[in-house]
Design a protein around this ligand. Structure first.
Ligand SMILES: Nc1ncnc2c1ncn2[C@@H]1O[C@H](COP(=O)(O)OP(=O)(O)OP(=O)(O)O)[C@@H](O)[C@H]1O
Length: 370
């Protein structure tokens, strides 16, 4: 029989290692990306302009963590660098983005109230010039910036600041989770000519890579023998279904907690299954955030149609043709866009398109995953 856990006993060596913002000491399988990012950042360490960069990859491929880790290392190396991290899901306007720059370079907690955008930028630029600092501005989830105008204004201000304020250097690291999105679409010629970013691609992890990353995290955060080799393989299998590394990290945390709650000293398959009903949403929630409005509406329609079919007792599901007709009538999505959007939803592992026999013969059915 398993030894009972006392109230103050825990199976976690360090629960922090499973927090969503935890930055691991070692990034496995990201040497190439870290090398490229370091190369692009390096000029900033000697007071020169860093190379503007776009980090691109599906959610959970390590973009944010790699950049944040690099920023903290680089800032430890020289005070000249002001690395400003902005989450554009939260700060979506040029004013709020430059407030972050101002706060960083002036060391205050908030920009003075009532300042106009131009005065805010000017105050930040004077501070940067005075202290001869280089600003590296990371715009995470850059596609969340309010609209095209806001994107153009933000980039234009940052990249042309040196023209008005001598000696000021600003570089941009933009992070985008949509592997298809062309960031240059919608940018003004003036912005494009100074932006011209290098691209660093973060590919999805294979099952073997996920396994090794989880193993390292378990070693850091959980006591030995709590998660057996078989259970770890099972966690990898479930995570691979979503393709999102974060699902497995969440699964580990939840299933260890579940074992702990039951006063057991090891995780069972039942703990993992129970945890998966919650953890799989980590993937869906993060991925939905990356969709454009049309893609999101189509995804919602597919869910709605599948639910309606189930309510009618139709076990066949909905065909691609049925979805396409309703997408045209209700969402005004034409034939070409429909197939483009479906392909993307499939690539993001949000839906499956399965060819199988139904009442009308062999057809393609569209199902929501999970
Ligand atoms: N190579 C890796 N080694 C160890 N941990 C990793 C690695 N890649 C990602 N992680 C972990 O996975 C989680 C998600 O990573 P991160 O937030 O950096 O992904 P992302 O690509 O920025 O996702 P999003 O696009 O949604 O912001 C974090 O907890 C991070 O520590």
């Amino acid at each position: 029989m398993n030894q009972l856990l006392q109230w103050d006993q825990t199976l976690f060596k360090d629960l922090q290692t499973f927090e969503s913002d935890y930055i691991p000491d070692r990034f496995l399988f990201r040497d190439e990306q870290i090398k490229e990012l370091s190369y692009n950042l390096r000029p900033a360490l000697t007071g020169c302009s860093p190379v503007n960069t776009v980090c691109r990859g599906l959610p959970g491929t390590g973009k944010t963590s790699c950049v944040r880790r690099l920023f903290s290392e680089a800032e430890g190396y020289t005070k000249r660098l002001a690395a400003v991290y902005v989450n554009c899901q939260i700060d979506r306007t040029p004013f709020s983005i430059f407030s972050k720059v101002y706060q960083k370079v002036s060391g205050v907690r908030a920009a003075p109230a009532g300042l106009s955008y131009n005065n805010l930028v000017s105050a930040a630029a004077k501070k940067i010039a005075e202290e001869k600092r280089v600003v590296l501005l990371c715009l995470d989830d850059v596609n969340y910036i309010q609209n095209r105008d806001a994107m153009n204004t933000t980039l234009f201000t940052a990249l042309r600041l040196h023209q008005e304020y001598e000696g000021v250097r600003v570089g941009i690291f933009a992070i985008v989770s949509d592997v298809h999105r062309d960031l240059s679409a919608g940018l003004n010629a003036g912005v494009l000519s100074s932006f011209r970013p290098a691209e660093v691609y973060f590919p999805p992890y294979s099952a073997e890579e996920m396994h090794d990353i989880y193993q390292a995290r378990i070693f850091q955060g959980v006591y030995p023998n709590v998660i057996s080799g078989d259970i770890l393989d099972y966690i990898v299998d479930l995570s691979m279904k979503t393709g999102d590394l974060r699902v497995g990290l969440d699964l580990i945390r939840r299933s260890v907690m579940s074992a702990e709650n039951d006063a057991r000293t090891s995780v069972t398959e039942g703990d993992v299954n129970q945890a998966f009903t919650f953890s799989k949403d980590v993937h869906v929630n993060e991925t939905l955030k990356t969709l454009k409005p049309g893609e999101r509406h189509l995804f919602d329609l597919i869910g709605e149609m599948n639910r309606e079919a189930a309510d009618r007792g139709n076990t066949d599901g909905v065909t691609s043709g049925q979805v396409q007709r309703r997408a045209k009538d209700e969402l005004n999505i034409g034939y070409t866009y429909f197939f483009e959007y479906i392909k993307k939803l499939e690539e993001l592992r949000l839906v499956d398109v399965v060819r199988r026999d139904g009442v009308h013969g062999r057809m393609s059915y569209v199902e929501v995953r999970g």
